[in-house]
Each structure stands twice: as structure tokens, then as C-alpha cells.
Design a protein around this ligand. Structure first.
Ligand code: ADP
Ligand code: MG
Length: 287
């Protein structure tokens, strides 16, 4: 799934890793005595500078994107279908590189960073949970090398998946491929969340993750999400009001340009497009 011939792997670049000092770029392969570069206080963790992108020449999808995201923020991304939300997010794990402009991570051009280390620290969770024809254990462990059963069960527990998994015919040894159809959408989502929690990412992208949940799972999933996003830098593509409200800032994308950035409170006061959306949701909520 993460095979992307468009981008170069850059094995020689600094690795993006966790150290005692937090998230760092490890330059130890290049500089003997100055191995780590920690982000300077007050500087953004992720920065888009003049980023443009098109899939096909002459048809721009993203135009001159400028954004600064700070470590630990929960950013909600809002925009109509086709406005470029998924494309924008796909640039962080480098599924695509900008045609013009640069994306920086801790001040370093993403393209210079060891790609494997970057993707290890970025989790993308979409609405289509892919379950493999393998045990629940292995499905949750997908993407995490050397996961123990205890750590898998702990991740499942945090995702409110442990109990329903124990009720499957063979518990964690149940083949997900066979029983995949028996799992509800919400159960599959919780397995996807358990998988992401186990990976322990620094950066999380939830791309319309909750858009197909049943109301019952949605409450659970919202609870898991809130806990999971704590202490991480996250992007949530959503129209859900409860998520917009917990976001530190909201980015409104419109036809490939950033139309507005602000807190829920700021946008509700100043952004007409946002106000309209909020009214629609508000009515639905009170109905
Ligand atoms: N792989 C692709 N090849 C060509 N065009 C694409 C591809 N993926 C998305 N697009 C187009 O890019 C635009 C933005 O898509 P996307 O980023 O998926 O928007 P959103 O997530 O906001 O719905 C749309 O016009 C879409 O048709
Ligand atoms: Mg999308």
C-alpha cells in the first residue's frame, strides 16, 4: 500500500526518531558529535511553504499552501469533496511530493529525511479499514514489527476492541478474513484504531475516519480518538462537530487553497463559510 514510485526513499537522510529529548532528527550518520537536532522552541513541527501540487500537468490540485503546525496540535481539516484534503495530508508521509514549494519537518525538507523513519512515525487511518486474511493478532500488529501479544491486547483494550475480540470464535486467533464480514463497520474501525495505537505514531492523520460509523460506535470511537490524539500531532479530516470542537485549529480548504485557518471560536465569528456549515450541523444536532 505504501509503495510510491514517485518519491525517493532517501536512506542516507537523517532519521525521524523519538529520543529522551522528544522527537528529533538524527543526523548521527553525517555529524559525529552533533547527532540530534531538536526543534527550536516556538518553531513549527510541520511547515508547508508555497506548496503546489497537481496529479496531471495543467490541473492544479493544491495552490500555494502555507501552513505552520506545532507539535501536539489537533488540526481539523474541513472542505468539500475534491477540495484536496486527502492530497494535502498524503504529502506528510510523502505519498506525493510538492511540484513547487517545500514541506519542512523540524526545519528539514521532508525530502531529505529518511523515508522509512518518517513513515514509521506517521499513521494514516482512513474510512476503509483493510483487514487481511490473517488472525486478529496479526491484523492489529500489521505495521509494527516485533509486537508482543501483550502489547497487541493492550492496544486493542485502548481501542475498546478487546471485549468484542474475546467474543469472536477463537478470540485473537480468529481469522479476520473469514469473519471480516461478520464484524460491524464500527468493530473494523476499532481494529484500525488498535493498529494505529500499537504503532505509537508521532503524527496521526484520520481521513474521514468516522464518516461511516454507526451512532453507537461513534461515541466509543470519539472517546478513543480523544485519548489517542493526546500528546501527538494530529490531523482529522472531518465534518463532525464534536471533533471540530476539540481541534486546536481548523483549516478550511477550498478548491486547493487554504480559505481560512483558526480556532472553532475564531471561525464561527469570522468565517462565513464555516458559519453556514456550523448552522447546518447545529440544526441537525438539535433535531
Ligand atoms: N490519484 C489521482 N489522480 C488524479 N487525480 C486525483 C487523484 N486523487 C485525487 N485526484 C483529484 O484531486 C482532487 C482532490 O482530491 P482529494 O485530495 O481526494 O480531495 P478530498 O480529499 O478533499 O475529497 C480531486 O479533483 C480528485 O479528483
Ligand atoms: Mg478525501
Amino acid at each position: 500500500m505504501d509503495k510510491q514510485p514517485r518519491v525517493s526513499a532517501n536512506c542516507e537522510g537523517p532519521a525521524f526518531i523519538h529520543t529522551a529529548h522528544g522527537l528529533c532528527l538524527d543526523y548521527s550518520t553525517r555529524h559525529g558529535d552533533m547527532p540530534f537536532k531538536t526543534p527550536e522552541v516556538g518553531n513549527p513541527m510541520i511547515e508547508f511553504k508555497g506548496v503546489c501540487f497537481s496529479y496531471d500537468p495543467g490541473r492544479p490540485i493544491l495552490s500555494n499552501i502555507n501552513l505552520s503546525i506545532f507539535e501536539g496540535e489537533t488540526i481539523a481539516i474541513l472542505g468539500h469533496n475534491g477540495s484536496g484534503k486527502s492530497t494535502l495530508m498524503g504529502m506528510i508521509p510523502r505519498f506525493y511530493d510538492p511540484d513547487h514549494g517545500t514541506i519542512f519537518l523540524n526545519g528539514e525538507d521532508l525530502r531529505n529525511i529518511n523515508l522509512r523513519s518518517l513513515r514509521k512515525k506517521v499513521s494514516v487511518v482512513t474510512q476503509e479499514t483493510v483487514l487481511f486474511d490473517d488472525t486478529i493478532y496479526n491484523n492489529i500488529a500489521y505495521g509494527t514489527r516485533g509486537a508482543t501479544k501483550a502489547s497487541i491486547e493492550s492496544a486493542a483494550n485502548k481501542a475498546f476492541a478487546h471485549d468484542f475480540i474475546l467474543n469472536l470464535p477463537k478470540g485473537y486467533e480468529t481469522m479476520a478474513g473469514e469473519s471480516g464480514n461478520k464484524l460491524s463497520g464500527g468493530q473494523k474501525q476499532r481494529i484500525a484504531l488498535a493498529r494505529a495505537i500499537l504503532r505509537d505514531p508521532a503524527i496521526i492523520i484520520l481521513d474521514e475516519f468516522t464518516s461511516q460509523s454507526d451512532p453507537e460506535s461513534e461515541v466509543l470511537i470519539h472517546k478513543v480518538m480523544k485519548e489517542f490524539l493526546k500528546g501527538r500531532t494530529s490531523f482529522v479530516i472531518t465534518h463532525r462537530l464534536n471533533t471540530l470542537e476539540i481541534a486546536s485549529r481548523i483549516i478550511v480548504l477550498d478548491a486547493g487553497v487554504v480559505a481560512a485557518v483558526g480556532t472553532h471560536k475564531e471561525l464561527i465569528e469570522n468565517c462565513a463559510a464555516y458559519q453556514r456549515m456550523f448552522e447546518v450541523h447545529g440544526k441537525r444536532l438539535s433535531a
